[in-house]
Structure formats: structure tokens, C-alpha cells
Design a protein around this ligand. Structure first.
Ligand code: G4P
Ligand code: NA
Ligand code: NA
Length: 193
């Protein structure tokens, strides 16, 4: 998605060890105009799949997921990373290991929000090692829901997440694919690479 790549080039900063800072428009301050375009693009990519729910994870997945849900006209569920006081119902839970933070955390969604009737589109802001996305897929499958695919705003293609998800038979659509962050420079993969 050209507008997204342009914004990454203008407002993204490469930090040490392959990390891209995009807090001006995605992970802290959010640009709703750009996020609306992101949502429209995901909705178009998955328009044939009869999506009934969009599933993401707090915090930074929520903005792109909301606009995707708006364009598909379906509810958006975000998995929680810590248990809320009011989550007193049956929960679906999964363990997610973060290579970045080197900790395992438990993510959860209330059982009542997903069923075997659902066709789910999983959305997240970043794809690095794929553990968050796999955790979300796990939650959906526990409920008997079908996962139609995974929509990623920024894929770091030099990490293993995409391969891992494809290996598991999942469809992955990333709006920006970064081949390298070396020399403080963002290099995108070619459109169909
Ligand atoms: P994985 O799910 O692909 O295995 O990711 P990993 O554990 O490596 O990443 C942990 C967190 O860091 C995730 O956010 C992920 O979205 C984010 N992340 C990974 N690579 C980058 C990057 O290059 N730049 C930025 N800005 N973020 C990155 P989180 O901390 O779990 O969630 P949130 O509350 O910030 O959304
Ligand atoms: Na994030
Ligand atoms: Na995220």
C-alpha cells in the first residue's frame, strides 16, 4: 500500500536491532485518515470471505482493526493481555511468547464473543515472529471459529513470522513488507516478492 509505505519513509525511525518506530501514526499517536485507508484495504482484500468478526490484540492492533470492522460492517474484538475486573465469564486463553521481551504472557477473549458460526479476520499492527498472531488464531480455533486470514499493517519480512503462519496454512496479507532495516534505512520488498 503506497500511502502506508510513504508514511513509513516520512515518519518512521529505525531503531537498533531491526526495530521500526512508528509512534507518529500507528503505535502511540494514531492517524485516523491513514488508518481508515488501511481498514478499507483489508476489507477489500477479504471481501469474498464473508467475515463475521475482526479479532486483534491490545493496544496497537485496535486502531487498524476498528477501521477494518467499520468497512466490513462487523464487530471487532480485541484480546486482552491482562485480566479485567469485569471479565467474570468463561474465557478463551492462549500463551504468547515474546522473543523481543523474552516473556510469556496470557491473552484472552470472552468465550461468548466467538462461535463456530464465525469467519474471522485477524488484524495486527506488526508481524515479527508471529507469536501474537498464532495466539489469536489459537483463541479463534478454541471457539470453533474459522480463521479466514491474517491482515498485517507492517510485516518485518526478515523475521520468521510470515513463514510460520503460511506453513500453518494461513493466508497472510501485509500492507507494507519490510525486507531490511539495515543502515538505518527502510527497504521494502517488491510488490509481489
Ligand atoms: P511477534 O508477535 O511477531 O512474535 O512479536 P514480538 O513478540 O517480537 O513483538 C512484541 C511487541 O513488539 C508487539 O507489540 C509487536 O507488535 C511489537 N513489535 C515487533 N516488532 C516491532 C517493530 O519493529 N516496531 C514496533 N513499533 N513494534 C514492534 P506489543 O508490545 O505486544 O503490543 P502493543 O501493546 O505495543 O500493541
Ligand atoms: Na505495538
Ligand atoms: Na500488536
Amino acid at each position: 500500500m503506497k500511502a502506508l509505505e510513504n508514511r513509513i519513509e516520512t515518519d518512521g525511525t529505525v531503531l537498533q536491532e531491526g526495530v521500526l518506530k512508528v509512534d507518529k501514526f500507528l503505535t502511540h499517536q494514531v492517524d485516523p485518515v491513514l488508518m481508515e485507508q488501511v481498514g478499507a484495504e483489508f476489507a477489500k482484500l477479504f471481501e469474498k470471505e464473508k467475515i463475521t468478526k475482526v479479532v486483534t490484540i491490545e493496544a496497537s492492533g485496535i486502531a487498524p482493526a476498528i477501521f477494518t470492522g467499520l468497512h466490513l460492517n462487523v464487530p471487532v474484538i480485541f484480546a486482552r493481555k491482562s485480566k479485567s475486573l469485569t471479565m467474570n465469564e468463561e474465557l478463551l486463553t492462549a500463551e504468547v511468547y515474546s522473543f523481543t521481551k523474552q516473556i510469556t504472557s496470557t491473552i484472552s477473549i470472552s468465550r461468548k464473543f466467538l462461535s463456530e458460526e464465525d469467519n474471522v479476520l485477524v488484524i495486527d499492527d506488526f508481524l515479527a515472529n508471529g507469536q501474537a498472531a498464532l495466539g489469536l488464531v489459537d483463541l479463534c480455533r478454541q471457539a470453533g471459529a474459522k480463521v479466514e486470514g491474517i491482515g498485517i499493517v507492517i510485516e518485518k519480512s526478515f523475521q520468521t513470522g510470515r513463514e510460520l503462519l503460511i506453513e500453518k496454512g494461513l493466508r497472510v496479507e501485509s500492507l507494507a513488507r519490510i525486507g531490511s532495516l539495515e543502515n538505518q534505512t527502510v527497504t521494502f520488498l517488491e510488490a509481489d516478492a
